[in-house]
Design a protein around this ligand. Sequence first.
Ligand code: HEM
Length: 281
Amino acid sequence: MLDAIFGRLTWDSIILVQAVEEPNINTFITASAAAMMPVGGVMIVALLTWMKWWKPLFEWLTSVDHKKIGTMYIIFAVIMLFRGVVEGMLMRANQAVGLNGGFLSSDHFNQLFTTHGTNMIFFVAMPFLFGLINIVVPLQIGARDVAFPRLNQISLGLTAAGGFLFMISLMVGEFSTGGWTGYPSFTGRLVNPGVGPDYYILAIAISGIGSTLTGVNFSVTIYKLRTAGMSFMRMPLFTWTALCTSILLIFAMPPLTACCAMLGLDRFLGFHFLRTTWAGI
Ligand code: HEM
């Protein structure tokens, strides 16, 4: 019965429990990161209550104004950047300590470069760019807002939900060791049976849907909402780059999301969409 409810979620998958059961430098580092999450959460709640910022926060989170949504994207990217930088520094420190293996286990190092790459690309670089485009493009083309303001807010929500899931892997379970590209041999169930790639699949699929919607939204905004007299050749250069990026998003993100779904089906239901074994196995 409990298995049906909790699946692979056991006490041992909680990082703090692992640190108590098996104290070493790796579990100490992961436990410190895990402990930072609830401590940070409590500090943020305390700050919001102390400064009486709950009402403005609610107004911001429910706003469909492109400048506010853009600012929230950038704040999200900066928060995630901190995590990415810490991971990058840990990897470099580990390499600096010694050629014959540093203080991190190889599995921990692999998780670190995967979380670092995934975080930096999907939860730092892309949200930062979306934030910038959200703030700048409607102003440059003389539009009141983006074409679909509510969709814009939903996209931000999906990106944040993906990021949230990604952050939960700090406290419960582990993360993929298959690199930020999620190459199937390394993320397949045979090679990688833990829950790490499952976090990767869900986080990337959820934020990928948000990014596709963002691409559609920006493209329609730039095609349809330019001010009178602004032909394509009179469009500012930044808006041109935003248009190219948006079209690329529309083409790149759906296949990525679909592949995540296929990898999920391979892992959870034993399908064979992708090559998930080593040659010869
Ligand atoms: C403080 C700044 C940074 C440091 C110290 C750092 C360090 C590192 C290190 C040590 C690796 C692993 C190399 C290896 O496999 O041996 C790495 C991988 C990577 N980094 Fe960074 N990095 C930083 C910032 C960034 C930024 C800003 C981005 C992108 C926006 C980025 C994207 C990546 C990607 C995509 C990988 C490949 C991950 C993979 O193989 O799955 N990094 N970085």
